[in-house]
Design a protein around this ligand. Structure first.
Ligand SMILES: *Cc1c(COP(=O)(O)O)cnc(C)c1O
Length: 398
């Protein structure tokens, strides 16, 4: 590993050179089935022809101009996002953290301009992940991401999903601005929240004038088989939503979506970004949106998800000494492991399969939304071989 890089990552020893659909090829000639997909970003697979064409065409015209000018691509992609969601307006950044940052700022600003500047508290949940900026790590409250960076920011409250009494109490407080939640917790280990809980939270926020923020950075853009995960449920729509990861199909884009009431508080000068929403990002984002939002794509997610989860449940039943359960939603799938998940990830690599890690000792499968049923079967075969190897290795170690 290069000493010229900050050592903040635990990198797998693979030098990937080229990707094609859900396959990755390394410099030393090995081929892997990719169930990481750039952590749920390369949602249409690697080198998707339509995205490549959009990028190449725009690259010859104009990359970047600054938000002091009109950017037609932003207006187009925003119109698509607004047309497909609860939202009335969009702000574009470059990442999930920036989308979350904008969401948190917009929530506080909304109350400030509506005569309640004392409403600053953001309620977040254990097991969540919202990114790595100061606001995002404080909102998620994960001590591993907060330690050594000075005092925690004021105005962040940490609760657990299951403690409805504490949530109820927090939302009633006159200093609460917003609640932020991932409808499907991603990094936390593919924990899908149910519709009853999400709509209960929506009603609670409404009753007390508190804003609801959904972080759909990972669960959004088709990942669960609907364009956004909360759209599976009635009465669960947020006031503000952070979107990124798959939004650019692998190109860095983030977006904060909001209702007109919230967006109205974000007046000239309230927020900004140098690169956010530049023409290159928007050209790719529009192409990605149009592919992802096709009913065929979303139907494929649901079919592939059924195939994978059925097969995985069967494997868990056959390998109870290796895997505990299967959870998640759509193609955001977690498998809780008995052995350390990092060891399973390495064993999976030995079997030509790339998977991500997750909280609660999960391995996470985030294949592209375009995975075929044959590829899903191949994923299952490789997981079976991985579990069989794990059984031998960890039985020998015990
Ligand atoms: C990945 C992720 C983020 C952070 O996105 P970055 O692009 O890494 O800043 C925020 N929220 C959720 C739910 C994520 O999965």
């Amino acid at each position: 590993m290069s000493e010229a890089l900050m050592g903040v990552y635990n990198r797998a020893p693979l030098e990937v050179e080229r990707g094609n659909g859900m396959w990755l090829h390394t410099r030393d000639g090995r081929t892997f089935l990719d169930c990481v997909a750039g952590i749920a970003t390369n949602c249409l697979g690697h080198a998707h022809p339509r995205l490549v064409a959009a990028l190449e065409e725009q690259a010859r015209k104009l990359w970047h101009v600054s938000n002091i000018f009109r950017i037609p691509g932003q207006e187009e992609l925003a119109a698509r996002l607004v047309g497909a969601t609860f939202a009335d307006a969009v702000f574009f950044g470059n990442s999930g953290s920036e989308a979350v940052e904008c969401a948190l700022k917009a929530a506080r600003r909304y109350h400030a301009v509506n005569g309640a500047p004392e409403r600053i508290d953001i309620v977040g949940f254990a097991g969540s992940f919202h990114g790595r900026t100061y606001a995002a790590v404080n909102a998620s409250g994960n001590p591993a991401y907060l330690d050594g960076f000075g005092p925690r920011l004021p105005g962040y409250v940490q609760l657990t999903i299951d403690d409805r009494a504490a949530i109820d109490e927090a939302v009633r407080r006159p200093t609460t601005a917003a609640v932020i939640v991932e409808p499907v917790q991603g990094e936390g280990g593919a924990r899908a929240l149910d519709g009853e809980w999400l709509s209960w939270l929506r009603r609670l926020c409404d009753a007390h004038g508190v804003l609801l923020i959904h972080d759909e950075v990972q669960s959004g853009m088709g990942r669960t088989g609907r364009l956004f995960a909360h759209q599976w449920f009635d009465g669960a729509e947020p006031d503000i939503m952070a979107v990124a990861k798959a939004l650019g199909g692998g190109f860095p884009i983030g977006a904060c979506l909001a209702t007109a009431a919230v967006a109205g508080a974000m007046t000239v000068g309230a927020h900004g970004s140098t690169f956010g929403g530049n023409p290159l990002a928007m050209a790719v984002g529009i192409a990605a949106f149009d592919e992802i939002a096709r009913e065929e794509t979303l139907a494929n997610v649901r079919a592939a998800s059924d195939r994978l989860t059925t097969g995985l449940r069967d494997l868990v039943a056959r390998f109870p000494d290796v895997a505990i359960d299967v959870r998640g939603k759509g193609l955001l799938i977690g498998i809780r492991m008995v052995p350390n998940n990092r060891e399973i990830m390495a064993l999976a690599r030995d079997h030509g399969l790339l998977v991500a890690g997750g909280g609660e000792n999960c391995i996470r499968l985030l294949p592209p939304l375009t995975i075929t049923l044959d590829e899903a079967d191949e994923v299952l075969r490789r997981i079976e071989a991985t579990f069989a190897a794990a059984r031998v290795r960890f039985a020998a170690a015990a």
